[in-house]
Write a protein that binds this ligand. Sequence first.
Ligand code: SAH
Ligand code: SF4
Length: 349
Amino acid sequence: MLDKQYIIKLLQLSGEKRTKLLQRSKEIKEETVGKKVYFRGLVEFSNICSKDCLYCGIRKSNTNVVRYQATDEEILDACRFAWKNNFASVVLQSGEISSLAFIKRVDGLLKKIKQLSNNELGITLSCGEQSKDTYKRWFESGAHRFLLRIESSNRDLYYKIHPENDKHSFKKRIEALGFLKETGYQVGTGVMVGLPFQTYADLANDLLFFKQLDIDMCGMGPYIEHEDTPLYQYQNQLKTKQERFDLTLNMIAVLRLMMPDINIAAATALQAIDPAGREKALSVGANIIMPNLTPCDYRKEYQLYEDKPCLDEDAELCRNCLEARIELAGSEIGYGEWGDSKHFYKRKS
Ligand code: SAH
Ligand code: SF4
């Protein structure tokens, strides 16, 4: 087990030693989860959000965003595309809403997605904090993975990037992760890398937090400032984008050493900094990629951060582009396979 001081050292590596770390992470990945990269078609089905996270471009108080909800038909079409193209899994992501209408809508969508795909499409949800009953209801209707980033495992830092109130409670966030596990989901969490006020020790603690929580999946991306958010005022205190990018790859590499058999996503935010960003993550420790299947007209209204890529790429184009990129990264695509977290099955048995 790596200790905190050693993790901090690894996170700070540069030059040849860093290259060795990245190389080792790739080897461990290939030995444990293999060379395949799995697709999760991402459908950002609504940007309506009841929260005000201080970093996020679609936070409730940002009135420059035109709010949308994709129709059932649009969402199901995107899922059908994923299924027909052998993506095997989709991720439904949205702002955080906990009204009964929303809960029912997601529930209905889950059943319809299972139906349209002969029960074949795997479904990951990423719809924020919900009650245990809601998580259970969605699980029973067909979702089997859930992504809920802790954003930062340091309570003090958490409240520097979220308003300190009941709606953004650190304790509830941790509780929600527990509910997800108890319900039986494959649980994914993660953090943003390069946040204002964040230290190497914070990031090392984040990795230890993942280990302690015994997560199945992880998504970590660089923090990218957005002009219409309160955190933008600290833009001059940030690491450069390249530094945040490099540090994210180091985080992925160290996590792969610590938790060899989990699924690690190549976060889209990497691509907002480097056009080949996601492929670079795949050639280190990551093994999951989430091609964007959100209907094109909505994409410009789902800008969590600046320079979000693929704003006007349609789904077909997106697939061709990704195939070429993944081959370039020296990996193969696990078409038609769920590519579930090996760690999850080990944990269960
Ligand atoms: N509302 C859900 C899902 C959508 S947000 C939720 O919050 O869980 C998905 C992720 O986008 C968040 O977990 C956060 O880590 C990331 N994100 C938001 N704003 C960002 C920014 N400015 N830079 C990088 N990532 C950001
Ligand atoms: Fe809403 Fe998620 Fe953005 Fe927070 S991070 S404001 S919950 S969409």
